[in-house]
Design a protein around this ligand. Structure first.
Ligand SMILES: CC(C)(Nc1nc(-c2c[nH]c3ncc(Cl)cc23)ncc1F)C(=O)NCC(F)(F)F
Length: 292
C-alpha cells in the first residue's frame, strides 16, 4: 500500500548531533521544530553520502523498503525531506534514545540477565519473521544494526542492504559485497555471494552470540580468527575454517540450550538451518527454563 509520505520541511529540521555512519549514509539527530519553540520531536535523519559508491537509486530503494515496513520490532519510518531541487535526499526515521545495541550492552552488561537477553533475541526474531513474510532479506543483521528503544524493547534498523528475494528463486545473488564485515556472513554468502532467509538465520546466530557475550567480540572483530589475514584472503580463510566445522566458542554464562540454537543457525548447509518461526519456539522454550 502506498504509505502517504509525511513530507518534512528542511527549514524546520534543526541539527542536534551526528549519530553515526550506516550503509551508504550518515545519520544525524535532529529536532523537527516547525513552531520554532523547541517543542518539536526528535528524529533520526539519514542523508545520502554524496561521495559514497551508493547512488540515488539505492537510497530510493532503502526509502521504499523502510516505508513499507510496519512492525513493533523494526525502526519506524517517519517521512522524507525534499531538498530545493525536489530530489529526495533525506530519510526521516523515529529516534530511539537508547542508541545501538552494542553501546547499550557495553553500558548495561551487569544488569542484563539471561531472560532479558532472550527477550531481545525473541524481538529480533519476530522482526525477522515479519521481514521474511514480505520476502525481504536483510543481509546485514548484526548487533550494530539493532537499536534499543527501551530497557525491554529492541528494533532492527539500517535497511541499506535489504533485498527482495525474486519470486522464482530462494536466494538473492549480489555482484559484489558492500562494506559489511564478512564475519556475519553464511558460507554460501562468502563463497557464492548468495543471500537468503537462511543466510539471515546464520547472521541471527551471530547476533545471539553477540548478545550472550555482551558484544565483547564485536568491539574488536580482528581478535576472533586469524587476525593477521586481511582482505580477500580473509574470506577464503573464514570459508575454509567454517567448512572444517570451526565455529565461535560458547560464551561464558551462556545456557547450553542457547548455544545449541546458535549451532543450529550455523549449519553449513543452508537447508539444515531452522526457520525464524522455529527459532521463536526454541527461544520461548529457553525462556520457560529461565522461569522455573
Ligand atoms: C549509522 C547509525 C546512525 N549509527 C548509529 N545510530 C544510532 C542511533 C541512536 N538512536 C537512533 N535512532 C534511530 C536511528 Cl536510525 C539511529 C539511531 N546510534 C549510534 C550509531 F552509531 C545507524 O543508523 N546505525 C544503524 C542502527 F543502529 F540504526 F541500526
Amino acid at each position: 500500500r502506498q504509505q502517504e509520505q509525511e513530507v518534512f520541511e528542511e527549514r524546520h529540521l534543526r541539527f542536534i548531533s551526528h549519530l553515526g555512519k550506516g550503509n551508504f549514509g550518515s545519520v544525524d539527530l535532529c529536532r523537527y521544530d516547525p513552531l520554532g519553540d523547541n517543542t518539536g520531536e526528535l528524529v533520526a535523519v539519514k542523508q545520502l553520502q554524496p561521495n559514497k559508491q551508493a547512488n540515488m537509486a539505492d537510497f530510493q530503494k532503502e526509502i521504499q523498503t523502510i516505508s513499507s515496513l510496519h512492525c513493533d520490532y523494526i525502526v519506524k519510518y517517519r517521512g522524507i525531506c525534499y531538498s530545493a531541487g525536489r530530489r529526495v535526499h533525506t530519510l526521516v526515521m523515529e529516534y530511539l534514545p537508547y542508541g545501538s545495541l552494542i553501546g547499550y550492552m557495553e553500558k548495561c552488561k551487569h544488569t542484563l540477565n539471561t531472560r532479558r537477553l532472550l527477550l531481545f533475541a525473541s524481538q529480533i526474531c519476530k522482526g525477522m519473521e515479519y521481514l521474511q513474510s514480505l520476502r525481504y532479506v536483510h543481509r546485514d543483521l548484526a548487533a550494530r544494526n539493532i537499536l534499543v528503544a527501551g530497557d525491554t524493547l529492541v528494533k532492527i534498523a539500517d535497511f541499506g542492504l535489504t533485498k527482495i528475494v525474486p519470486f522464482d528463486k530462494e536466494y538473492y545473488r549480489v555482484t559484489q559485497f558492500g562494506e559489511s564485515p564478512i564475519f556475519w556472513y553464511a558460507p554460501e554468502s562468502i563463497s557464492e555471494y548468495k543471500f537468503s532467509h537462511k543466510s539471515d538465520v546464520w547472521s541471527f546466530g551471530v547476533v545471539l552470540h553477540e548478545l550472550f557475550s555482551f558484544c565483547e567480540l564485536s568491539r574488536n572483530p580482528k581478535r576472533r580468527i586469524g587476525s593477521d589475514i586481511q582482505g580477500p584472503m580473509m574470506g577464503a580463510h573464514l570459508h575454509n575454517v567454517l567448512k572444517d566445522n570451526w565455529r565461535l566458542p560458547v560464551p561464558a554464562m551462556c545456557p547450553p540450550k542457547v548455544y545449541s540454537m546458535m549451532m543450529q543457525c550455523w549449519a553449513y548447509t543452508s537447508e539444515d538451518r531452522p526457520t525464524f518461526f522455529h527459532l521463536q519456539d526454541l527461544i520461548e522454550s529457553s525462556l520457560q527454563d529461565e522461569r522455573e
